[in-house]
Design a protein around this ligand. Sequence first.
Ligand SMILES: Cc1cc2nc3c(=O)[nH]c(=O)nc-3n(C[C@H](O)[C@H](O)[C@H](O)COP(=O)(O)OP(=O)(O)OC[C@H]3O[C@@H](n4cnc5c(N)ncnc54)[C@H](O)[C@@H]3O)c2cc1C
Length: 623
Amino acid sequence: MALNPLLDSRDLRFALFEVLDADKFNQFEKFADFDRDTYEATLELAEQIAVELVYPANKEADTIGAKYDPADKTVTVPEGFHTAMKSYTEAGFSGLSNGQEYGGTGMPETIYRAVMEYFCAGGVAFSSYDTLKVGACDLIINHGSEELKKTYVEKMVSGRWGGTMCLTEPGAGSDVGALKTRAVKQPDGTYKITGQKIFITAGDNDLYENIIHPVLARIDGDPPGTPGISIFIVPKFFVNPDGTLGKRNDVTTTGIEHKMGIKGSATCSLSFGDNDQCIGWLLGQERQGMKIMFQMMNAARLDVAQQALGTASSAYMHAVTYAKNRLQGSDPAKRGDFTSVPIIKHPDVKRMLIWMKAQVEAMRMLTLLAAYSADMAHVKKGTDEGKEAQALLDFLIPLCKAGNSDLAWLVTAEAMHVYGGYGYCSEYPVEQLARDCKILAIYEGTNGIQSMDLAMRKLLMNPEMFNFTVFKKRIAAACEKAKGIVDDKYIAAVKEAVDKMDAAVQTLAGWRDSKKILDILAIATPLQQAMRMIAHAWMHLWSMTVAVPKLKGIAGDIEGEKVAAVVKDNAEAAFYYGKILSNKFYLSTELRHLYGYLEYITGGDPAAVNECFEEVFTGALPQ
Ligand SMILES: Cc1cc2nc3c(=O)[nH]c(=O)nc-3n(C[C@H](O)[C@H](O)[C@H](O)COP(=O)(O)OP(=O)(O)OC[C@H]3O[C@@H](n4cnc5c(N)ncnc54)[C@H](O)[C@@H]3O)c2cc1C
């Protein structure tokens, strides 16, 4: 397996095929056409395009950025993105997860997400174009009329036409229900749309011949807030009956943002209906807009999780390479010998690297598990197994979106530390990764909003806390399976973590019952972070259960001098040995942070937050 600077392909295969058995999807009719060889060929091609085209283009795009021409109100993206996108679409990645009836490949979501990890590691800015298009296209497939499907889907699947998601407005960010964009029904059944949307990723660009905007708006007379929102398909160019492009719709790009990172991603302000001629087509039923958009938002949250994972992975890989090559200081194990050694010999550097490795590997497994759950919910729909898979997916989405994006920021920061002063300089790659990933905690619902979603909708208000019950049931099964394979102390660590979390959740359920909702909201973020640690502990125990017998099979044991000798010149043994150390580090050391979070959640004083009226924060200027 080729080495690359972006992600550990061996670890991706481990998660996909040794832990999740993704190669067995062909037992289901929907995926009968695919086998391990097809998946391998797809992953290898993705790796090649990501490493050879996307990664260099993304570095270049950081300097050039997307450009807005105020004269003709158009946006252009760096040339390298055109070259990379051409190869990407020609290779069929644009329609990888779409059904064959729409011209796609129809692969499982698990494989699609594994492939996307390569492209996200290659560059978040590049990945932002196609991921939103996939989401917009899926909305039309799942909720569009036959006419909408016929008009748009095939061209979007093929990658000729792009897509966006248009929610945000100047006065409606986290509070989508506050939107002011209006829709008025026309006698021919279409709607006239007027309003301003801001921060629209890929809202305009020259990568695609046409751009299809799903736009949230309120039909005149409909109720305020989210219940009154409908969703419309608004193309940049109208489409003639023969499928060719017609004249331009009344959608104007009024500017792009100048940002800290992802500079190649065009973040656009769009004005709909400046000349009262912007036409949109209703998707689904009137006032069903939020329900429909939630489908795209859930997928987009996993896209963001993937972007975070890809960035963290790339930062970690770069840090390892640097640490193996940078000579500084003498070997701490050889007193009196002043020969310079690679910094990877220093315990503090090793600590940073194993910490990054353990985080990245857990993020990867959890994100793929979420995708796997989406596939299982689909193929097992209508059964108890399908219901449980859906419940697990719902629970994991905020943990992957917020968890991965919080960690990506920390992992990229740690990678900068491994580089020392060079990490702070733009000549080296990690500072761009840190700048690029900061947005991931903010867009697609800030991590504060994700945490509230987890605490309330997914946990405490979820009927009978079914999601959490499924989550705990799966962890209990993993503990059972680990018995006799993994040292009991690691199983006990996971059990203790779950028991203590369970007790904390019971306390919070008491707060819910006594209507102390503000107190719950005040600890939602630490709760989400603690729950993510439990999920990651589960991933580490699960992978240890798989890795231990594999290493024993190669080296006879999992530790000791004999094993270390085998590991030195056997790449497979080295992989499993490193995997087990990463598991041990997380379960014996990193997981201890959990108890601080749990103390914070139930032992702290939420009143110290909630009694902070505005005047408490003295010294700030009034607006
Ligand atoms: C680069 C970029 C790309 C984007 N792409 C898109 C896109 O393609 N489509 C799109 O529609 N939007 C997009 N957005 C918008 C993005 O989703 C919003 O910025 C985000 O949802 C937050 O909204 P806001 O910026 O108005 O912040 P605000 O909503 O003003 O939030 C500010 C702070 O207050 C907190 N807060 C707000 N309300 C609550 C509450 N009820 N409870 C607790 N805390 C709260 C937030 O968590 C945050 O910390 C993009 C933004 C950026 C910067």
